[in-house]
Design a protein around this ligand. Structure first.
Ligand SMILES: [Zn+2]
Length: 282
């Protein structure tokens, strides 16, 4: 196998493919991402300010205030990895190794539209039966959700939005696909989602007679960046198989704004690479 390292510059293309930025992840250990976070409070309460308090009255995690990302590791004992982990996500994807990584085989079916506002993002819940196979391993699709701007950056550049498609293998490993979105043409799937946005934290909307398919979020070119990282939300568990699509899909500026009006902040800053290798298919 040919292995070459190359450095990505802003807007650089690999093999004629415009490089994009990448994703993030979130999920509680057993569920997926941000999605299943049980905290009721959408944003950190401006409590009296003992973020790491032993008493169990720590701030809720958030993207600003007492519960901001730099404090996640001390908010709760079970969030410790957010502060001490050496394999955290997101990262800036700037140096990649070209290698013969497996193609992702998609076996997604349509699912009834069910959206949850979990206080951190909008999550589309997926019925069982949809999965990917990569390197001979099956990962079942649980849900997908969004961040704006993108969490992973490519060559230092972030994208307007990212979808994280959260999967879980039989051995418990999470596999997250990041689909970057660049402002341009309106996105038809996002249109269906945003027409049914649950605006209250903790609210779930099920829309009868409307089905969606996560396949419709993917770019035509399925070249991807692969590395080992973590959830991008507490508890920041590591061992996540990250697959960040190198080519962005399109979304309109208005669609981005519809999301950021609800969630002005939803992005964890990039984390140190610590010697990890990011691979891209040859
Ligand atoms: Zn995420």
């Amino acid at each position: 196998m040919e292995t070459k390292r190359m450095t990505l510059l802003k807007g650089m293309a690999i093999g004629g493919i415009a490089m994009l930025t990448a994703a993030c992840s979130d999920s509680d250990d057993n569920h997926s991402d941000d999605a299943v976070h049980k905290d009721k409070a959408p944003h950190a309460e401006k409590s009296g300010g003992h973020p790491a308090a032993a008493g169990g009255h720590a701030a809720h995690w958030a993207y600003e205030g007492d519960g901001a990302p730099h404090a996640w590791g001390v908010l709760k004992e079970e969030y410790g990895t957010c502060g001490t982990g050496k394999g955290q996500s997101p990262i800036d994807i700037s140096t990649v190794t070209i290698s013969d990584i497996s193609e992702i085989e998609f076996n997604y079916k349509s699912t009834p539209l069910e959206l949850t506002n979990n206080g951190h993002t909008i999550q589309a819940n997926y019925h069982t039966g949809s999965y990917i196979t990569v390197g001979g391993k099956r990962y079942d699709l649980l849900q997908f959700h969004f961040h704006s701007p993108s969490e992973h950056t490519i060559g230092g550049k972030s994208y307007d939005m990212v979808a994280h498609l959260v999967h879980k293998a039989a051995d418990g490993q999470l596999g997250v696909i990041g689909v970057l979105f660049k402002a341009g043409d309106k996105n038809k799937v996002i249109d269906k989602l945003w027409a049914n946005l649950p605006t209250e934290s903790g609210e779930t909307k099920t829309v009868k007679n409307t089905r969606i398919n996560a396949l419709d979020l993917l770019p035509v070119d399925l070249t991807y960046f692969n590395y080992s990282g973590s959830l991008t939300t507490p508890p920041c568990s590591e061992g996540v198989n990250w697959m960040v699509m190198a080519t962005p899909s399109s979304i309109s500026e208005k669609q981005v704004k519809q999301f950021t009006d609800l969630f002005p902040l939803s992005t964890r800053p990039v984390q140190p690479i610590n010697g990890r290798v990011v691979r891209v298919s040859n």
